[in-house]
Design a protein around this ligand. Structure first.
Ligand SMILES: *Cc1c(COP(=O)(O)O)cnc(C)c1O
Length: 430
């Protein structure tokens, strides 16, 4: 499959090139040249298909023969080696729990698939690659866990000293093997700038075959479309389906929109945001106006300039009226989010995390005057946000064993200034 840049200033590339490059040189985003339609036969049978078979058929549409079928089946199975349960929270309201992977957030899905695709291609070309990633918390842990033990690939994670939670730091710094954590004297923005500068330094980029794993990579988007098909397989036979996606950088929602373009019958998508409501505001005003992000309790959605807006814009022919038809936007404050976590827990016993709670709110608002079956994505385990969730419900939250395991391990991190020279010293030793 060929991929083009949304800015259309660079030539089309293969899937392999698109995922090693991450970002095209014209600063656009890669999109598949053709969005393949799955046959009606597929949708007739989907309700009886296992998750891995569904995911394989969907993945094939994006990758075609660049990865042989047998390898691709293996990649899909290893990516989704955990459950994606659909839990009924209330009548007609379901949570799609995407947090049963190793780091307890949906980003595991994208990171695991990306890691395996990159590893496949680097084995074929006998080239070592280095993944360089800056993190404010969750992305780094999913990437570290997803790439752990991959041959031919080293991962270097830059994180701001003292600015991520204890559990997040343990998730980055205790794995060892091919994962190296660098603790940067600075902010997340400094870390991100180091990554940018490293990629702009062509000599460095070539020498260490630097690759990015950030969320604009197509190989993180592809597997996120699998679970929309899975939801339809479980619920959609007789029902109109509405799906609410708690959004920050809009990768998850874009994956859903791609699934719909492939023929998946979803009646409506809801873009649920916290106070960083750039996309809902665009739906209202018709002006896309990025701004500085504001801190909220659903912090993985604190994005002021959502990159995947440009993918959606491309899908919708840059027409705000199409956006308005395809998306309902809504935005919720921290107060509303907290109140909802407390209320839903009290009424049903179901514990939402702050991100899922925003998704739940958007869904409930829509269902007030529409008759449909609703699903919201539960993107992280509530135990990842103990500081927020425990005071709200005034109870201890049980920590899953796989999170607890990290807490008991020994931290290893290389301390450094936000300086490219110091980073290169580390790259040399890998
Ligand atoms: C990253 C993240 C989101 C936002 O997903 P996008 O694809 O960036 O819109 C939502 N919830 C959690 C827990 C996340 O980690």
């Amino acid at each position: 499959m060929k991929y083009y840049s949304t800015n259309k200033q660079v030539p089309e590339v293969s899937f392999e090139k698109a995922i090693f490059q991450g970002l095209p040189d014209d600063n656009g985003l890669y999109m598949p040249k053709k969005i393949k339609q799955l046959p009606s036969e597929f949708f007739k049978n989907i309700h009886d298909m296992p998750l891995h078979d569904i995911a394989f058929e969907v993945a094939k549409c994006f990758i075609e023969d660049e990865i042989p079928e047998k390898e691709l089946r293996k990649i899909v199975a290893e990516t989704l080696n955990f459950e994606l349960p659909l839990v009924e929270v209330e009548d007609q309201v379901y949570a799609l729990e995407l947090y049963h992977g190793p780091t307890c957030a949906f980003k595991d899905v994208g990171a695991r698939f990306l890691a395996r695709c990159l590893s496949y291609f680097s084995r074929q070309s006998h080239k070592k690659a280095t993944i360089l990633v800056a993190t404010s918390g969750d992305t780094g842990s999913a990437v570290a866990s997803g790439f752990l033990g991959m041959k031919n690939i080293n991962v270097v994670i830059l994180y701001p000293k003292g600015k991520i939670s204890k559990i997040q730091e343990q998730q980055l710094t205790t794995l060892g093997e091919n994962i190296t954590a660098c603790e940067i004297e600075g902010t997340f923005d400094d870390c991100q700038k180091m990554v940018k500068d490293a990629f702009l330094n062509l000599e460095l980029k070539e020498k260490y075959n630097l690759t990015s794993a950030n969320s604009i990579n197509m190989a993180r988007l592809v597997p996120q479309s699998f679970y929309y098909f899975w939801t339809y397989a479980m619920l959609g036979e007789e029902n109109d389906l509405v799906i609410s996606v708690p959004s920050g950088n809009y990768g998850n929602l874009t994956a859903g929109l791609l699934a719909k373009k492939m023929g998946l019958p979803i009646k409506q998508f809801i873009a649920s945001a916290n106070a960083n409501d750039i996309v809902p505001a665009y739906l209202k005003s018709g002006n896309f106006e990025p701004r500085r992000s504001i801190e909220t309790i659903s912090n993985a959605m604190d994005v002021g300039n959502p990159s995947n807006f440009y993918r959606m814009n491309d899908l919708f022919g840059a027409d705000v009226e199409v956006f308005r038809k395809e998306l309902v936007g809504c935005t919720y404050s921290d107060e509303e989010t907290s109140k909802t976590i407390r209320q839903v827990y009290g009424d049903t016993g179901y514990l939402l995390d702050p991100h899922g709670a925003v998704g739940y709110l958007g869904l409930k608002a829509y269902l007030k005057d529409h008759d449909a079956v609703g699903v919201f994505l539960e993107t992280a385990h509530p135990a990842k946000f103990l500081d927020v969730v425990e005071p709200i419900i005034n109870e201890k939250v049980e920590i899953p064993q796989r999170l607890q395991d990290y807490i008991d391990r020994k931290k290893v991190a290389i301390e450094m200034q936000a300086d490219l020279g110091q980073l290169e010293e580390v790259l040399k030793t890998l």
